[in-house]
Ligand binder design. Structure first.
Ligand code: UT7
Length: 399
């Protein structure tokens, strides 16, 4: 009997999913707490002491979750030295897509020229990146794919309610991406815990036009019951870290670095206290970016790598939590060459550039071709008659 394509390695050696590339992108525009105080009644001291945030990045009108995600993705491919056509799967964790469909992942796939990749968005709010890495890991471990690109990208500034001082001060825009590749070398993603408590759906939400009841909230704008979400976060962060380390077969003292979702510095302090782990082991860049939702963990990971805080065989724990309510943790044993040993092959770099250029030319050409086909279609006399009839019918329908 023929074997199902894509699962042929089930009978072969066990595959491990390793992070082999990483990249981040943030908008250039910096918004400080003082800038925020010009919009809502707040002040630098309140924001700093209650959250740890000093400033955040805000996207301009030409930037979106897709453009930031694309930038982060190209950097990650560069580090991993992977060609776009070798990507099997693209997952974008985001709550701020430009469209319901096409997905942000569809756009990034097109711009990269990743012609053999499947692509979809994953909605698990601030836990989305860890969920997405786990989905890609499972696909690699099953043997169905070899190379995945996982992106966390957000433009939170588009969905915050700029009249609500308790939420708008928290969020910022940005994107981070990783390349995950299959290998026989033991290590990489060791364990993951994904959890949901939909009973808390009304504590943190953004309503779409499909919502049944608005309950006094504004369509398309974020609502958060900060205090309740704070309590939830301080409960689940340490619980899920304990669970994921146990599942990975290590102890809390084996953890070298924790890369948490950047929501509030006080949440990280509480987790450090409960776990009896030094605050130095928690990566925090909240002061510069605020809460970038699904993008916060990959951005923090990129900065930790840049700062030389991650070395071969280190045990890392990522933990995300937020809307849903959803939360997720993951334990990784860093198993690839040290960043200094990674150097993109020059020829491949040129090939990647050529593929990106080709993808742009192809997209423009397709748009032109469609426009030209429309001109041809509507200059046909039969279609002109049809159009007139339709217009007349529509006019008659009007009161
Ligand atoms: O990424 C998803 C996960 N998100 C989170 O984990 C966020 C969790 N929640 C939090 O981080 C915190 O609850 C907040 C930072 C949102 C709020 O901090 P808080 O210490 O819980 O403040 P609060 O909501 O209890 O408000 C305390 C006071 C209130 O005034 P009164 O009623 O005591 O007079 C608020 O009106 O602070 C006031 N307040 C502000 N004052 C100045 C609320 N926002 C502001 C503000 N500036 N921006």
């Amino acid at each position: 009997m023929a074997q199902a394509k894509g699962y042929t390695r089930n009978n072969g050696p066990l595959r491990y999913a390793h992070i082999t590339g990483w990249g981040m992108a943030v908008p250039d525009t910096v918004m400080t707490n003082d800038d925020m105080a010009a919009i809502v009644e707040t002040n630098d001291e309140w924001i700093r002491t209650r959250t740890g945030i000093r400033e955040r990045r805000i996207a301009n009108e030409r930037e979106s979750s897709a453009t930031l995600g694309y930038k982060a993705a190209t950097s990650a491919l560069e580090v991993a030295d992977v060609l776009p056509m070798d990507i099997d799967l693209i997952i974008v964790a985001t709550s701020t897509a430009e469209h319901v469909f096409p997905s942000t992942a569809n756009l990034i796939q097109d711009w990269l020229g990743a012609s053999k990749a499947g692509a979809f968005d994953l909605a698990a709010a601030c836990a989305g990146f860890v969920y997405a890495v786990n989905m890609a890991t499972q696909a690699i471990r099953s043997g169905s794919i070899d190379t995945a690109l996982v992106v966390g990208a957000e433009t939170m500034s588009r969905i915050v309610d700029w009249t609500d001082r308790s939420t708008c001060i928290l969020f910022g825009d940005g994107a981070g991406a990783i390349v995950l590749q299959g290998s026989d070398q033991e290590g990489g993603v060791l364990s993951a815990v994904l959890r949901s408590d939909g009973a808390g759906h009304d504590l943190l939400s953004v309503a779409t036009p499909n919502v049944r009841e608005l309950n006094g909230h504004t369509l398309g704008k974020m609502y958060m019951h900060g205090g309740e979400v704070f309590k939830f976060a301080t409960r689940v962060v340490d619980e899920s870290i304990r669970q994921v380390t146990e599942d990975a077969g290590i102890t809390l003292s084996d953890i070298d670095l924790i890369i948490p979702h950047q929501a509030n510095y006080r949440i990280l302090q509480s987790a450090a206290r409960k776990l009896n782990i030094d605050m130095d082991k928690f990566v925090s860049n909240l002061d510069r970016y605020g809460n970038t939702s699904a993008a916060s963990i990959p951005i923090a990971m990129c900065e930790a790598i840049e700062q030389g805080r991650i070395r071969k065989d280190d045990h890392l724990v990522m933990v995300g939590f937020g809307g849903g309510l959803s939360w997720a943790a993951m334990c990784v044993r860093w198993g690839i060459p040290e960043p200094s040993q990674l150097q993109g092959n020059r020829l491949n770099r040129q090939r990647r550039r050529a593929v990106y250029l080709l993808a742009r030319v192809r997209a423009r050409w397709n748009r032109l071709r469609r426009a030209w086909n429309n001109v041809l279609r509507w200059s046909n006399p039969r279609n002109i008659r049809l159009m007139r009839l339709r217009r007349r019918a529509n006019q008659q329908k009007l009161p």
